[in-house]
Design a protein around this ligand. Sequence first.
Ligand code: TIU
Length: 229
Amino acid sequence: KGPKAELEALPKPVTLPLKSTALVCIDFQKDFMEVGGFGHALGNDVTKLSEECLPGAATLLAAARSAKITVVHTKEAHREDLRDCCAMKLDGPRCPPEGKRIGEVLVEGMGRLLVDGSKGNEFMEEAKPIDGEIVVAKPGKGGFFMTGLHEILREKGISHLIFCGVTTEVCVNTTMREANDRGYECVLVADATGSYFPQFKAAVLEMVRSQGGIVGYTVEEAEDVAKAL
Ligand code: TIU
């Protein structure tokens, strides 16, 4: 049946069958991690995210690549004409003083907020896809909404997902819940996910593994996953 990885996870150990395991990297894009992006436009301090989770993400990516497991990258991205951005989202969360919305420019050089092909939509260097990896542009918070991701994973026979990415309580949490409802075993890696709000990150980690693993498992360190793969 092929090689397996045993992880010391919470609330209990988990076994990952490597042939049917994928690493899912959520939205490691400049829009959330650099000044002038969408995260900044929402009024957040984006400067701490990189330090918090990019080293862990790079460790997971290197391990996944050497173990030859499937790698998926998502990015929150809208089409240029914003036809895939509903009015609720477009009019939605906006922060003074700029009050910029999706499709507008906050800082010259970063391009239009959350628009596919703009500078802010590029992946961070440390978590960039390489040839052969799956890249999914998503118009929502969840990676399964309007993307075909479920079909892509099913076609590859994937049953287990290792999650990292930003932000923990928004796109990572939403995607894990979507995956859980679709029957995937989900593992969230604490030092490879980041949030503007430490208390929200802590709450997500605790909530995911509560009630015997109601949404999935958590692991503290990417290094431990890397050793097991
Ligand atoms: N605002 C926030 O925390 N996150 C998002 O809007 N998208 C993602 O999490 N990628």
